[in-house]
Write a protein of this length. Structure first.
Length: 136
C-alpha cells in the first residue's frame, strides 16, 4: 500500500479521472430538462438556457482562471469542487422551490445562477485542474 501512495498514477490519474466523471454530469442536462421544465412550470426552451450558460461559463472560467491553475493547483481544485458542489446543491434547491411554486421566475433565475454561473465556473476550473496535474 505504501508504494501506491507514492505512485504518480495513483495520486494524479485516479483523482483526475474521478473529477472528470463528476463534472461530466453537466452533459446529462438534456435528459432531464423536459421533466424539470414540467416540474417548475416553465418551457423546455427556458430550462435549456441553463445548459447554455453553464457551457459559456465553463469556457470563460477556463480562459480566465488558467493563471490560478498555473500558480496553485490545490486552490484551483478547491474552487472547482466548491463551485461544482455548491452549484449542484443550489440547482437542486431551486428545482425543489420551483416545484412548490410552479411558474416562479425566481426558480428559473436561481437555476440559471446555480447551474449556469456557479457550476459553470466549477466545471471550467475542474477541467483544467486534472490536465495541469497530469502535465507535471
Amino acid at each position: 500500500m505504501k508504494n501506491l501512495k507514492n505512485n504518480k498514477w495513483f495520486r494524479a490519474a485516479i483523482p483526475a479521472l474521478l473529477l472528470h466523471c463528476s463534472i461530466g454530469t453537466v452533459y446529462c442536462w438534456s435528459i432531464f430538462s423536459q421533466e424539470i421544465a414540467d416540474y417548475i412550470g416553465h418551457t423546455k426552451g427556458a430550462t435549456e438556457w441553463a445548459f447554455s450558460f453553464a457551457i459559456f461559463f465553463l469556457g470563460m472560467s477556463a480562459a480566465f482562471l488558467g493563471n490560478v491553475v498555473e500558480k496553485d493547483i490545490h486552490k484551483s481544485s478547491l474552487i472547482a469542487t466548491l463551485c461544482f458542489a455548491g452549484g449542484m446543491a443550489g440547482t437542486g434547491f431551486f428545482i425543489w422551490y420551483g416545484g412548490k411554486n410552479p411558474g416562479s421566475i425566481v426558480a428559473l433565475l436561481g437555476i440559471y445562477l446555480c447551474y449556469g454561473l456557479i457550476m459553470g465556473i466549477g466545471l471550467g476550473t475542474g477541467y483544467l485542474s486534472p490536465v495541469k496535474t497530469l502535465m507535471l
